[in-house]
Design a protein around this ligand. Sequence first.
Ligand SMILES: [Zn+2]
Length: 242
Amino acid sequence: MLETIEKLLVLQDRDRKIHRVQQELSHISPERETLRGNAASTQSQLEAAKTRVKQTESDRKRLELDVEAKKTQIEKYANQQLQTRKNDEYRALATEIDHCKAEIVKIEDREIELMEQAESAQREVIKATTEANAAKKLVEEQIGKLDQREESLKKELAELQGGRAELAATVEEVARNRYDRLLKSKGDNVVVGIQHGVCGGCHMKLPAQVLVSCKSQKELVGCINCGRILYYTRDMELTAVD
Ligand SMILES: [Zn+2]
């Protein structure tokens, strides 16, 4: 194999490793955000449950005030009854008093309903608290693991990138520049083998002349279609070419 190809393959292997680590690193932040989102949503469920408890409680207090107002009203009507001498006025006041009493019964029924709702909302708060705490703990653990993973990947990346310049320096300049240009446009599949007479990058059939010059291993040969650097090894097949 051409020495330049050998060196380029080593460089390409390094670039693939760098790329793989970069890919993995790029997923960490979104994963962390998803985890935080999970914790936040259980927390907001808890807040909603707490709000329901407060709302029920304030509704109940308002009803208590309504009852007090009705009772005051009844006292007022009763006093008026004591003062009046007119029968029809007395009866009208009695009707008002009955009306107020009936209202009080209705309000108190509603109060009982609200107390039941408050109890169930309170149970909901306890459940949501447990869930929010569990989610928080789990998310903290998972984020801790992600942080560790991120740190070790960053370290690995720094090591891989650190040694890359050294590897690149072993490749002669023209070939290196060609490789670097292709790396930018094609990703980390730049130096490709030939199998069954087709380019290992774009899979286009290669003309016989290209295969022959590649096999002679005297200079770098590029794919006429995609420009990737081609190489030939004995175990690759050229049978598709006639
Ligand atoms: Zn190609």
